[in-house]
Design a protein around this ligand. Sequence first.
Ligand code: NAP
Length: 312
Amino acid sequence: MGKSKVLVVGGTGYIGKRIVKASLAQGHETYVLHRPEIGVDIEKVQMLLSFKEQGARLIEGSFSDHRSLVDAVIQVDVVICTISGVHIRSHHILLQLKLVDAIKEAGNIKRFLPSEFGTDPARMADALEPGRVLFDDKMVVRKAIQDAGIPFTYISANCFAGYFVGGLCQPGRILPSRESVCLFGDGNVKAIYVDEDDIATYTVKTIDDPRTLNKTLYLRPPENILSQREVVKMWEKLIGKELEKTSISAEEFLAQMKGLDYAQQVGLVHYYHVCFDGCLANFEIGEEGEEASQLYPEVNYTRVKDYLKRYL
Ligand SMILES: NC(=O)c1ccc[n+]([C@@H]2O[C@H](COP(=O)([O-])OP(=O)(O)OC[C@H]3O[C@@H](n4cnc5c(N)ncnc54)[C@H](OP(=O)(O)O)[C@@H]3O)[C@@H](O)[C@H]2O)c1
């Protein structure tokens, strides 16, 4: 069996561009949706052209033109969607329902990977408002996929390292301080951090793998399951200095929501569930899932201590 042809929808995004790169690197014929709505966004156009230079094919299609989506989907075997879903940037998860309709009509897709790449939304039924909107929307998309009988894999990528490691797990920060850090409670709750290029590598590895068909792939690189204190300690070792530490309780943390706008409140709730509840690492993977570093031990994933070196 040859390698699947892949269409990336959202290929110019933060995670999408890495998926395009990984798909090409792993030898897949790679197509990237090029939306006419791009207008004069010069950065995106240049990025699309650079994908083309690297061997990708650009296919024009719009979420407001069903036929164009069907025509794009029909040319490939696998669709990976990386459309935005971070409120502080933009949030368009439900637009994927149009993509699901197109995939259903095309009828040829062997695997669809919707835009997930975070906390497993199936485990977040009790998440707090307003942060739960992201999980709820992702579950609406899952239901549509499953109702349509489309083969799928859901990628539960846990924490993008750039957001969480970069900011020593503090919301609103993506660069590590050399002076101080605020710990969540005792700072001992475990989370899981994954380098974004590794997320893309694992994602593409899974698309032709029968072991992940109709399953969730959890990314749990074992050395990257760490508490906030452990991340801070790694940073302190690199800079040769101890940070001044304060601590915030769960109640104080949530009370901060009052002064924030909606997008920031959504983000704060996500950090709450990750850093206080430990929602990423507090369960065993069941029958419905597989773990990426076990399936693909050949991937030499980036360790948090090495990821942190880029900030020196
Ligand atoms: N685990 C974590 O820590 C974490 C962190 C961030 C994000 N995530 C998840 O990762 C996924 C992707 O997020 P991201 O931050 O990579 O996204 P992003 O960079 O904000 O956006 C990705 C792409 O979405 C497409 N898009 C945006 N607005 C659109 C619209 N109105 N219509 C159609 N397409 C539109 C664009 O693609 P084109 O212009 O190329 O079509 C854009 O490049 C989301 O599911 C998000 O929840 C997880």
